[in-house]
Write a protein that binds this ligand. Structure first.
Ligand SMILES: [Zn+2]
Length: 217
């Protein structure tokens, strides 16, 4: 029997409240999970409970085969999406699916979000691709999202929202904000002119700097 960690349930419940307070989603939409790097177990938010009302014990613990290991609540409808990402990406230990405004506008138009800003290319990727459409909660949605995500840290889900991934929930909440801010900037920039995109060379240089040179040493 693998150890269940109350601390990780608290972290998932807390990130859900942060997500709603910061306007990244509305109502009960969206979902949050973390993977315990020691046991491999996945802690995911429950289905259809207001984020402010989610208690730590409502967080459901799954294994990598989607089997419930702990918890009596019904897990998020997007559990397949979360588990598929953990199974495909060893570097990812936290996932947030949100319904933010400006990123969703791009998804409705089935547009990509190009690499337009330093923060976006450094922590999310050279660009954010819009996946092919599939209904919420289906295996197709998980498959399409994973394919468009690749090795980047976010993907647009058309007519739906976004999905952001990273090493922990603090990092993923930051990614959610950076993607939404870049989508907002891109839409405004397009509305008054022609946005200039960063060159591939400069994107690579900024990614190298963020990975190897940035910060205190
Ligand atoms: Zn959704």
């Amino acid at each position: 029997m693998q150890e269940i960690k109350d601390e990780l349930k608290r972290v998932v419940a807390g990130a859900g409240v942060t997500m709603i307070e910061q306007g990244l989603t509305v109502g009960t939409w969206g979902n949050v999970s973390v993977r315990d790097s020691e046991t491999g177990l996945i802690y995911i938010s429950p289905s259809g409970i207001d984020y402010e009302d989610i208690r730590d014990e409502d967080i459901v613990v799954l294994n990598d085969k989607l089997e419930v290991v702990d918890g009596s609540a019904t897990p998020s409808i997007e559990k397949r999406l979360h588990v598929a990402i953990y199974n495909a990406r060893e570097d990812v230990n936290a996932v947030i699916h949100d319904h933010p405004l400006y990123s969703s506008v791009l998804g409705v138009n089935r547009m990509e979000l190009p690499g337009i800003s330093e923060d976006l290319v450094q922590i999310v990727g050279d660009k954010i691709i819009c996946s092919e459409y599939a209904l919420p909660g289906t295996p197709e949605l998980a498959k399409n999202a994973l394919k468009a995500l690749g090795d980047r840290n976010a993907v647009l889900l058309p007519n739906h929202g976004t999905l952001c991934v990273g090493k922990d929930l603090k990092n993923v909440l930051r990614i959610c904000h950076v993607v939404e801010k870049a989508a907002h900037i891109y839409i405004l920039a397009k509305s008054i002119g022609t946005p200039h995109l960063l060159s591939e060379e400069n994107i690579k240089a900024m990614q190298y700097f963020a990975r190897h040179l940035y910060g205190q040493r």
